[in-house]
Ligand binder design. Sequence first.
Ligand code: GLU
Length: 423
Amino acid sequence: MIAAALPLADEKNPWLAAEVRFDNAAEKLKLDDGTRKVLKSPAREITVNIPVEMDDGRLEVFTGYRVQHSIARGPGKGGIRYAPDVSLDEVRALASWMTWKCAVVNIPFGGAKGGVICNPSILSNRELERLTRRYTAGIIEMIGPERDIPAPDVNTNEQVMAWIMDTYAMHVGHATTAVVTGKPMELGGSRGRREATGRGCMIVTLEALKKFGLKPEETRVVIQGFGNVGGMAARLMAARGFKIIAIVEYNGAVHNPHGLDIEALMEHRADTGFITGFVGGEDIDKNEAMFLDCDVLIPAATENQITSENAEKLRCRILCEGANGPTTAIADVILAEKKIFVIPDILANAGGVTVSYFEWVQDRQGFFWNEDLVNTRLEEIMVGSFEAVTAYGEKHRVDNRTAAYMLALDRVASAMRLRGLYA
Ligand code: GLU
């Protein structure tokens, strides 16, 4: 199968992993070499070294990136993450996944991503604001409602988006809400955006359940991550009747075979800072919780969680990838052998960018939708995309991930061909 091209030593390099998936789909589509070359290379990349005055008066320099992988189908679109281990290769991979993600759900965007190497947990709020504004100033020529529209990702939130929006607005001389999505409601944010990625995961999981003849009430779910994606998915799925039997965080895991009370667990974490020590469940080994016997596993944290080293141990029937790149290309082969039904990241977590698209549309029209309309349209897109991907996979006898990539590559390649080359 597909991962043979990737040496084990490179398994966790996200850019190489993205290339393996790309090559596999391009090969099956019989894409010509030239188109492959163009689609593989990020259109634009920028590195900025950002001087920031710290609260104690010291000057510090942080490195940030913005990569626009493709702008063939529309402006670049994608989040910005703040983390100590951000690298250019990671941002490149994430940008390319945004291209394919937007194409899978057929929204009129290309793909982009940004990142700043920093540890936000040790930065004050004022330091974070100065860092965000200076990073924005560094990438200002690249972004804009028609160019490239950032959004939240790991460790960034509505407040960070508000600072980016304000910095951009000061440069162009007027408020420009459509330059970022995932903003606070007061600044042109969309209803339902905060829940959108988790809601999208639930919608595609419900579709997958139909294939297994399962009802939510009899479905046991394990979720890795309890942040914006995992936490929201847990909350919405528990309300829908799913049994969330375990939540796994980087610093602990909690288990209840009868289903956790997610609202109570959220309160417990807000009070204590931890999910462990919760009266409604038992603490279990965080390194083992992912391998509990369950129906659905939702990795909703970071990349490279399911690898050649542990994929064999998974005991789920459905894997719904809430995070970007949680499964390595080598692990894909093992999942296929185990006949696990994979809902690939570029489909499973596309609910976030889909409602970002709605937010951008609303900002540009200056006319805002109610939450029901947002959720109905999100459901329409997620269900339609799930059907398109799985039907494509069945027709061409390929797994869901390959099907999603093939659909996406085909759409981007045909947009490129129609535009032709400006030279
Ligand atoms: N960061 C999210 C993602 O990876 C959302 C991106 C967006 O809304 O532009 O899909």
